[in-house]
Ligand binder design. Structure first.
Ligand SMILES: Nc1nc2c(ncn2[C@@H]2O[C@H](COP(=O)(O)OP(=O)(O)OP(=O)(O)O)[C@@H](O)[C@H]2O)c(=O)[nH]1
Length: 394
C-alpha cells in the first residue's frame, strides 16, 4: 500500500482515545451497522432478564414492606417499568440501530436507578443497606446493558454510584465518614472494572472490524487490478479494440457457433485512407486521436454481439455474427458514411477521414480469421485501387 493510502487508512480507522470509538463518523457508522443486529438481539435478551429480575424483586419488597399500600405502589411502579422495558425491546427489534446507538437503553437504565433511589426515601436503615448492595449489582449490569458505547455506560454507572451515595447520606440514620468511604469504594470499584473491561472490549472489536474491512478492500483492489490486467492483455491500449490474440479467440468461438447452428458470420476490415497524410500534416498525436475517434464511431454503429479488433496500424476488423455478406456490406456502407460525415477533433485541428472497407463471409474452408482477413484484404485493396472511400466484398 503506498504511504499516502496508508495514512488515509490510518486516519479512517483511528480510534478516539476517550470514547473508544472510531474517530471517523463514517467508519463508526459502518461498524455499528455491521454489528447492530447481533447487538440488538443480545440486548433484547438482556432486557428480558432485567424485566424478570425487576419483577422478582417484588418478593423482597413484600418481605421488607409487608402487603400494604406501600408495597402495592411499588409493585405498580415495577410493573410499569417492566412494561417500559417491553416497549424498548419491541422498538429495538424494529430499529436495531437503537441498540448500537446506546442512548435509549442508557436513558432507561438511568430511569431504573432513579426508581431505586426513590425507595431510599421510604426505607429504614436495614433496607437501605440492602438497596445499596443491589445498586452494586445494577452498576455491573450497566456494562452488559449498554454494549458498544463504553462512555454512555460509564455515565450511567456514575449516576448510579453518585446517586446511591447521596441517597444513603440523606436517609441512613447512623453513618460515618469511614462507612461512606467504604460504600464509595464498593460502588466505584465495579464501575471502574466494568468500564475498563468494556472499553478494552469495544476497542478490540473495532480493531477487528478495521482489519476485516481493510482485508476486504485489499481483496477487492486486487480483484479489480487482476480484471484490469486481463483487460489490458486483451485490448489495444490506444483504441480499446480487441488485440489480435483476443479477436482471434473470439472469432474461433463465433465460428464454432456459426458452423454448429448453420448461421451466417461475416467480417469487415477497414483501413483509413491516406492516414500518412493525417500524421504528416497534423502530427502523430492527431493521428492517434483519429484512430480513437474511428474506434468510437465503429462502437456506436455495431451491435453488442459484434467485435471490434485492431489488426495493426490504421487497419481494423469487425466480426459480425449472425450477418450475411449482404447485410455486412450494408453495415460497412453505413459505417463508411458515418465516418466520412464525422468531424475529427485533435487539439486545435479539425479534419475529416474516410476509409476503405473489405467485406467477406465465413465459408466451410475457413479455419481461422486469418483466412477471412486475407480475402477481405483483397477486396479492400481493390477498393483502394478503385479510388478509396468505398466498400468492396469478396
Ligand atoms: N498516429 C498513428 N499513426 C499510425 C499508427 N499506426 C500506424 N500509423 C501510421 O499510419 C500510416 C499508414 O500509412 P500507409 O500505410 O502509407 O497508408 P495510408 O497513408 O493510410 O494510405 P492508404 O492506406 O493507401 O490510403 C503510417 O504513417 C503509419 O506511421 C498509430 O498507432 N498511430
Amino acid at each position: 500500500m503506498p504511504t499516502s493510502d496508508a495514512h488515509a487508512a490510518g486516519a479512517r480507522y483511528a480510534i478516539a482515545r476517550l470514547l473508544g470509538e472510531f474517530a471517523d463518523p463514517n467508519t463508526e457508522e459502518r461498524y455499528r451497522k455491521s454489528v447492530q443486529h447481533r447487538i440488538a438481539r443480545h440486548l433484547r435478551h438482556v432486557i428480558g432478564v432485567w424485566g424478570a429480575l425487576w419483577l422478582a424483586f417484588s418478593l423482597s419488597d413484600l418481605h421488607y414492606y409487608g402487603a400494604g399500600a406501600q408495597y402495592f405502589l411499588m409493585l405498580g411502579c415495577r410493573v410499569a417499568f417492566v412494561g417500559l422495558l417491553g416497549g424498548c425491546a419491541m422498538w429495538i427489534k424494529q430499529k436495531p440501530a437503537l441498540a448500537t446507538d446506546g442512548r435509549l437503553i442508557t436513558a432507561v437504565t438511568i430511569l431504573g436507578f432513579t426508581q431505586v433511589f426513590a425507595v431510599y426515601f421510604i426505607s429504614a436503615d436495614d433496607e437501605i443497606r440492602w438497596l445499596a448492595a443491589l445498586t452494586i449489582v445494577l452498576i455491573m449490569g450497566v456494562f452488559v446493558l449498554v454494549p458498544n458505547r463504553t462512555m454512555l455506560a460509564v455515565g450511567a454507572a456514575l449516576y448510579g454510584a453518585v446517586g446511591t451515595m447521596i441517597c444513603v447520606a440523606l436517609n441512613i440514620s447512623e453513618t460515618s465518614a469511614l462507612r461512606m468511604a467504604v460504600l464509595a469504594l464498593m460502588l466505584f470499584m465495579p464501575g471502574m472494572a466494568g468500564g475498563m473491561a468494556a472499553y478494552r472490549f469495544d476497542v478490540v472489536r473495532r480493531s477487528e472490524f478495521a482489519a476485516l474491512e481493510q482485508a476486504e478492500q485489499e481483496i477487492e483492489r486486487r480483484r479489480e487490478l487482476e480484471l484490469e490486467l486481463r483487460r489490458q492483455a486483451r485490448t489495444d491500449p490506444l483504441t480499446g479494440a480487441s488485440n489480435r490474440r483476443d479477436y482471434e479467440a473470439l472469432f474461433a468461438q463465433e465460428r464454432r457457433r456459426a458452423i454448429r447452428y448453420g448461421r451466417p458470420l461475416s467480417i469487415c476490415v477497414l483501413d483509413i485512407d491516406r492516414f500518412k497524410y493525417v500524421n504528416d500534416t497534423y502530427g502523430h498525436g492527431a493521428g492517434d486521436a483519429a484512430l480513437v475517434a474511428l474506434a468510437d464511431i465503429c462502437r456506436v454503429a455495431m451491435r453488442d454481439a459484434d467485435i471490434l479488433g485492431r489488426i495493426g496500424g490504421e487497419e481494423f476488423v469487425l466480426i459480425l455474427p449472425e450477418t450475411t455478406v449482404d447485410d455486412a456490406v450494408a453495415f460497412a456502407e453505413r459505417l463508411r458514411l458515418s465516418l466520412a460525415a464525422a468531424n475529427i477533433q485533435a487539439g486545435a485541428h479539425n479534419f475529416r477521414l474516410t476509409a476503405t472497407f473489405g467485406v467477406t463471409t465465413l465459408t466451410e474452408e475457413d479455419k481461422d480469421i486469418a483466412d477471412l482477413i486475407l480475402r477481405a484484404d483483397l477486396a479492400l485493396y481493390a477498393g483502394k485501387d478503385g479510388g478509396r472511400d468505398q466498400v468492396r466484398s469478396n
